[in-house]
Design a protein around this ligand. Structure first.
Ligand SMILES: Cc1cc2nc3c(=O)[nH]c(=O)nc-3n(C[C@H](O)[C@H](O)[C@H](O)COP(=O)(O)OP(=O)(O)OC[C@H]3O[C@@H](n4cnc5c(N)ncnc54)[C@H](O)[C@@H]3O)c2cc1C
Length: 387
């Protein structure tokens, strides 16, 4: 794609965004509240998204990808999240896993796994977090011990999105010494003996996708499933997250924009004290601030996405800044949109409380917003003791 110039989108980018927005409005939005209630993971609808090129957005075209950039992806995820942040966020994780295989996999590996991932015939999960290693992910303990042509895996991953349903698990394991340099990345296929899953977690939001523990017990995985050499797994995991964080930020913007649009419409209908509530200046100022904050976060996210597209040296820092800003702003705007709806905002039928519940976790996952500050601060004052 052509680079963004002067903060405007190209015609192609506008067309991509419009395509994702129409799909989201027609296929996701009408069902989002029900999927949340029924905890339904809409695999068929995600395959329809993939048929439009959204299963492998920034994957190379030789294996079925769309060959687009990170700014294009940000536009797509914001548009998808306007219909349902949870489904958009899962598609984002799937894209992140596919990119890790595309970027670090050998040609046979790319050809083996990516065509079915791009079509979403197969779904992918990202397995980094463990019960004892969340923010401090480099402390992960899942062991992969070499035995001939296989690794034997033992350990547990926690909070894995899509787990149980996904076909492909991109797993960070310990093949060497303590710390980041002892970590490698393996692709584990569902159905491998010794791979099992915990119960679907009961959670505040993100109910339209499952979250489960992924358990490895004497699980034999071919050495041929390793991405890159031993010892670069942490680097692969973090590289995936640069783009993942932009996407999650974009999902927050989309959810918040949808909540804002509902609040703006509601404020112009709802009457109190003999006037529309939109006539009260206190409320107008609130709406003005919400619109401004959203636009600031969006502009900054686009800047970070462009930096990642250009592999700028400060891209990781900008992605961390943008994730923090977009997810905090998204949550605050959605929460204010709920407030503007008064008591009705608290009722499930209005679809606002679902957005607030969904966006809350974006401040926690793919690195908490405290971890985003750590990444930024490291560049300013160096690495603190223990970090
Ligand atoms: C619904 C859901 C889906 C998820 N999906 C996935 C997935 O698909 N794959 C995956 O690998 N993981 C996934 N996660 C895990 C998620 O990334 C972790 O929960 C997150 O990284 C935080 O880890 P933790 O929960 O262990 O919290 P902890 O690391 O225990 O942190 C607890 C608190 O301490 C703070 N903290 C920790 N260290 C510092 C520090 N040095 N300075 C300041 N504050 C600090 C944190 O910010 C946080 O507020 C998911 C989580 C949820 C809830």
């Amino acid at each position: 794609m052509a680079a963004m110039t002067a903060f405007s989108l190209s015609e192609d980018q506008i067309a991509i965004r419009d395509m994702a927005a129409s799909f989201s409005a027609e296929t996701l939005a009408p069902h989002a509240v029900r999927w949340d209630e029924e905890k339904h993971f809409p695999v068929e609808e995600m395959r329809q998204a993939a048929a439009l090129g959204m299963g492998g957005i920034y994957i190379t075209e030789d294996v079925g990808g769309s060959g687009l950039g990170r700014l294009d992806a940000a536009l797509i995820f914001e548009a998808l999240a306007m219909g349902c942040p949870t489904v958009a966020a899962y598609i984002s994780i799937h894209n992140m896993c596919a990119w890790m295989i595309d970027r670090y996999g050998a040609d046979e590996q790319r050809k083996a796994w990516l065509p079915k991932l791009c079509s979403m015939e197969h779904l992918a999960s990202y397995c980094l977090t463990e019960p004892g290693a969340g923010s401090d992910a480099a402390a992960l303990k899942t062991k992969a011990v070499r035995d001939g042509d296989h690794y034997v895996l033992d350990g547990q991953k926690q909070f894995i999105s899509g787990a149980g349903v996904s076909d492909i698990y991109v797993v960070m394991v310990r093949t060497g010494e303590a710390g980041p340099s002892g970590i490698s990345t393996l692709v584990v296929e569902n159905g491998t003996p010794g791979l099992s899953f915990g119960a679907n977690e009961k959670k505040m939001g993100w109910n339209a996708q499952p979250t489960r523990a992924v358990i490895f017990e004497n699980c034999r995985v071919p050495v041929a499933n390793r991405l890159g050499p031993e010892g670069i797994g942490f680097k692969i995991a973090m590289a995936g997250l640069d783009g993942g964080r932009l996407n999650i930020g974009a999902c927050s913007l989309g959810g918040a924009q949808a909540a804002f649009d509902k609040a703006l419409a509601y404020a112009q209908e709802r009457k109190a004290f003999g006037a529309r509530i939109a006539d009260f200046q206190a409320l107008q100022f609130k709406l003005a601030d919400m619109a401004t904050e959203l636009e600031m976060a969006r502009t900054f996210l686009w800047r970070a996405a462009s930096a990642l597209d250009e592999t700028a040296p400060d891209a990781t820092k900008l992605c961390a800044m943008a994730k923090r800003v977009a997810t905090d702003t998204g949550f605050e705007v959605a929460n204010q949109a709920l407030q503007i709806h008064g008591g009705y905002g608290y009722l499930a039928d209005y679809g606002i409380e679902k957005i607030v519940r969904d966006l809350r976790v974006h401040q926690i996952l793919e690195g908490t917003n405290e971890v985003m500050r750590m990444i930024v601060a490291r560049g300013l004052v160096g690495r603190a003791k223990g970090n």
